[in-house]
Design a protein around this ligand. Structure first.
Ligand code: PCA
Length: 213
């Protein structure tokens, strides 16, 4: 089995993006699966083109994209991506969409096809705070998750895809009061456990992971 895991480049004035910093720490093999690592531009459109090229080149069985969700406390395994690009801030190319479809005429949303609950459970068992999240936002991370799942649904068959948001790392919050962070090594451990769970669980486990709000 082959896993493609991507992180994002820094954006929004940050010097690092913890997603790619953690991706770089991963071993080249997890649970017998080959791990391919890459970074993506925080640019609407271009990020999906980069991911498409990576999938075509490496032919992975699982595509796991990751990104920073500054302020979140837990590793957030995203359940759903919506067909909406709406930027609170411009992307790294200066483009700021104001509520346009990621894919014109595409379905309203896609659910992740990796086993999100098994991934959360595996992370927690390893001592990494993790949760199922029901929104990936409307910025480039939701855009890449939607774009990835759309590619897998329309262009590539038999491949599973998903997205994990990660908290800031401590060096990013030195000047941010009351803001959560997670050590980089713990984020990388979370990724490792998530990949292991995806390798070992073709379908998801049946446990409750709902939310009231
Ligand atoms: N986080 C942003 C885009 C890139 C990243 O790492 C987001 O949550 O949309």
């Amino acid at each position: 089995m082959k896993i493609l895991i991507t992180g994002f480049q820094p954006f929004g004035g940050e010097k690092v993006n913890p997603s790619y910093e953690a991706v770089k720490l991963l071993p080249d093999s997890i649970a017998g699966a080959e791990v391919i690592k890459a970074d993506l531009s925080v640019v609407f459109g271009l990020a999906i083109e980069e991911l498409d090229a990576l999938i075509a080149r490496h032919d992975p069985d699982v595509v796991l994209c990751t990104g920073q969700a500054g302020g979140r406390t837990h590793m957030s395994v995203e359940r759903i991506a919506i067909n909406c690009d709406d930027g609170r801030i411009p992307d790294n190319a200066g483009y700021q969409p104001k509520g346009v479809p990621t894919v014109e005429g595409g379905p309203a949303a896609y659910f992740a096809t990796v086993p999100i609950k098994a991934m959360v459970a595996a992370m927690k068992t390893a001592g990494v705070p993790a949760e199922v999240s029901n929104t990936a936002g409307t910025y480039v991370c939701n855009h890449i998750m939607y774009g990835c799942l759309h590619l897998l649904a329309t262009k590539y068959s038999q491949k599973r895809g998903g997205f994990i948001h990660v908290p800031y790392i401590p060096e990013q919050v030195l000047e941010k009061k009351n803001t959560a962070s997670m050590p980089l090594e713990l984020i990388a451990k979370g990724f490792e456990m998530a990949i292991k769970a995806a390798v070992e669980n073709e379908t998801d486990i049946q446990v409750a992971a709902g939310a009231e709000m």
